[in-house]
Design a protein around this ligand. Sequence first.
Ligand code: CTP
Ligand code: MG
Length: 238
Amino acid sequence: NNYWVIVPAAGSGKRMGADKPKQYLPLNGKSLIAHTLENVRQWPGVKGVVVAIAVDDTEFKTLHCAQDPRIHTVTGGAERADSVLAALNYLSERQPAQTPVLVHDAARPLVNTDDIQKLLAASPIALLAQPASDTVKQSRECEDKSIVQQTLPRAQIWLAQTPQKAPLGLLREVLQKGLQENPAAITDEASALELAGHSPELVAACRSNFKVTHPADLILAEALINYRASESNSGSKL
Ligand code: CTP
Ligand code: MG
């Protein structure tokens, strides 16, 4: 279990609409990214972490966890995949190609350690995901409206989350190729692996592994952090 973690944290948080990137918004007195990195640091067997930060980021180095010698930084890129690739390039100069890598969004502070254990025990190419709880409609545009094209069979619908796991060398190769050939299709690591013919294993994650994206997600994350912090709930799977 000697794996590395890549944390893309170079986004601007447009959907959050705050006055700074969402990873630096405070949650119970600590920034969102600090919560995520403190969680990542206690995953079993993690050897090191590469965080991709924006080129104009001045805040990362002020974080307490930035002092951890296991935490490295690289400059991210225009899209999430570019940020991940920058971290993969950095890592591939330092670690063997077969090193397992887990890519985890800075904006998912609440992933459960039990789910990390399940992901580590799964196939070499695997990701955490959420079985859909709502019925999923595929749409098409008709004049100025969106209308239902079809209802997708819900039992087979999963929403991709992170971490997503793959060997370092393979992930770098498929991401590079995917970005050259079909950048719009590369919205996560798994999509690049799928384009290259792989079939990632889906590992069901707890609801708490949502991505802090919109303002209401901040309030929910804060409530869950408080809930977990209280002694009586420390063993909770929530
Ligand atoms: N990310 C990144 N580099 C980018 C874009 C995103 O490292 N060029 C990171 C974000 O910082 C975040 C993760 O990828 O931790 C998931 O992306 P998302 O939730 O979409 O964050 P943002 O792109 O910042 O938000 P938005 O899409 O609302 O602008
Ligand atoms: Mg984004």
